[in-house]
Design a protein around this ligand. Sequence first.
Ligand SMILES: Nc1ncnc2c1ncn2[C@@H]1O[C@H](COP(=O)(O)OP(=O)(O)OP(=O)(O)O)[C@@H](O)[C@H]1O
Ligand SMILES: Nc1ncnc2c1ncn2[C@@H]1O[C@H](COP(=O)(O)OP(=O)(O)OP(=O)(O)O)[C@@H](O)[C@H]1O
Ligand SMILES: [Mg+2]
Ligand SMILES: [Mg+2]
Lengths: 253, 253
Amino acid sequence: MRIISMSNNKGGVGKTTSTVNIAACLQKLGKKVLVIDLDPQAQSTYHFGISQNRFDQPIKIDKTIYDVIKGESSYKETIIDRNGIHVLPSCPDLRGIEFIALPAKEFLLRDSLETLNGYDFVLIDCPPSLGVLTLNALCFSNEIFIPLQVQFLPYHGMYNLFEAVDMVKKRLNKGIKISGIIGTMYNSRKAINNEVIEEIEKRLPGKLFKTLIRENVALQEAPSWGKTICEYKPNSTGADDYMGLTKEILERD
Amino acid sequence: MRIISMSNNKGGVGKTTSTVNIAACLQKLGKKVLVIDLDPQAQSTYHFGISQNRFDQPIKIDKTIYDVIKGESSYKETIIDRNGIHVLPSCPDLRGIEFIALPAKEFLLRDSLETLNGYDFVLIDCPPSLGVLTLNALCFSNEIFIPLQVQFLPYHGMYNLFEAVDMVKKRLNKGIKISGIIGTMYNSRKAINNEVIEEIEKRLPGKLFKTLIRENVALQEAPSWGKTICEYKPNSTGADDYMGLTKEILERD
Ligand SMILES: Nc1ncnc2c1ncn2[C@@H]1O[C@H](COP(=O)(O)OP(=O)(O)OP(=O)(O)O)[C@@H](O)[C@H]1O
Ligand SMILES: Nc1ncnc2c1ncn2[C@@H]1O[C@H](COP(=O)(O)OP(=O)(O)OP(=O)(O)O)[C@@H](O)[C@H]1O
Ligand SMILES: [Mg+2]
Ligand SMILES: [Mg+2]
């Protein structure tokens, strides 16, 4: 079972978009996939069309990952089957984890999913921070993927993540590794995108996945219909790129 | 003194880009401006060229806003004069505020800047979360600007912010108000941008600033040279739009 955190404390780099669409491609390739939405903004939950459609007000979901973490609900009864992709949904109350007074809070997720089995892949959509929620994801995972908009401000924000991962590896989870960086919103006509890619290849050789996710407006439209890119526009460059990336992920195991 | 939080828990919507470039335009219009970088990623600090240039390793800054909040340094000795714009820089250690064991942590910033005066505008660049750092910003400010990428996922994330502001207004800072939403990365050829704008106008009439910030690659390039858009490309659409927006801000007082 590959447990992968989709993490980057820099915001808006494509964590949610990558989680949902890699899950969709893995399923198309016959893999059994669980997505855990660990962001209180519940964006993966929304992207899958679980919490609402289009511009409607969000609807409250009965049980979420927060109930599982608190031990008030088993993961089996909380999972939502979304056309074959299993999802542990989120909600804004998940922010409450910061205020739970317990020692070793970083292991709440791992402990609550101790009996989890039967999946080829578990993908965790992380919030844009290095707080207790992201630490829970990193302590439960054996891999990290770093979605990165290939621009300067996002590139600069990556240093903090590498430092945090070193700390996690030393003190909380020896088995964790950064499997790769996913280059997102790539536009070959923009010099800045190519400059950042060159810099990543120079400083972190081999870490950037070869398949880059090109800028594609269909990826922005799909969430509003509660659909993955494979469902919304299977012939778009977004669907092609995420399928190419997913095949590369399966080879890199 | 207008104290404005540039806040949105959704990541990558243009909080840092707006903070730095509105500050630059205000200064050009003769206003006295202080920027407070309250994000541990220290992106405004980087954007101003204070912490490093291009792809270099970040350099450690002597005193930051974290020292001011802890009471170990006065704001006067911590301020960096960046060509006339005053900046209270940040650093990754600022994350430590979450672990300070003090009651009413939300007021640490306000209390440490009690004697602050002499500025027309104070702009606070917030991290992409609703944790203790953002609460500090909201408890010190009298206004909030919400930068918003006019796309679905960012639009959906905005609900949480409105709820959080209601809570702050009721319990922590009666004087706070949402002055406006800044539409960023607008491309009139993308149907999705126009759909989201229509929706905002319908649900929150009058909240969206009339000046939209168009997608402009110069805004992505400027930070790598440690420059504001006015310094990097004064004739770009990015510079025009931020100047137009700044003039609108001055009218809306
Ligand atoms: N390849 C792409 N081309 C065009 N737009 C994209 C692409 N990938 C993501 N987007 C859009 O960019 C915005 C940010 O992406 P997303 O929400 O997935 O980032 P995130 O890292 O999950 O954000 P957060 O830090 O708030 O969790 C969204 O509006 C999304 O639709
Ligand atoms: N109008 C624009 N046109 C093109 N690119 C833009 C525009 N505004 C911002 N950007 C780019 O989009 C990315 C995100 O912007 P920025 O970092 O300012 O957002 P943020 O909300 O501060 O992110 P975070 O949530 O991580 O703090 C950056 O790479 C920035 O250069
Ligand atoms: Mg997300
Ligand atoms: Mg920022």
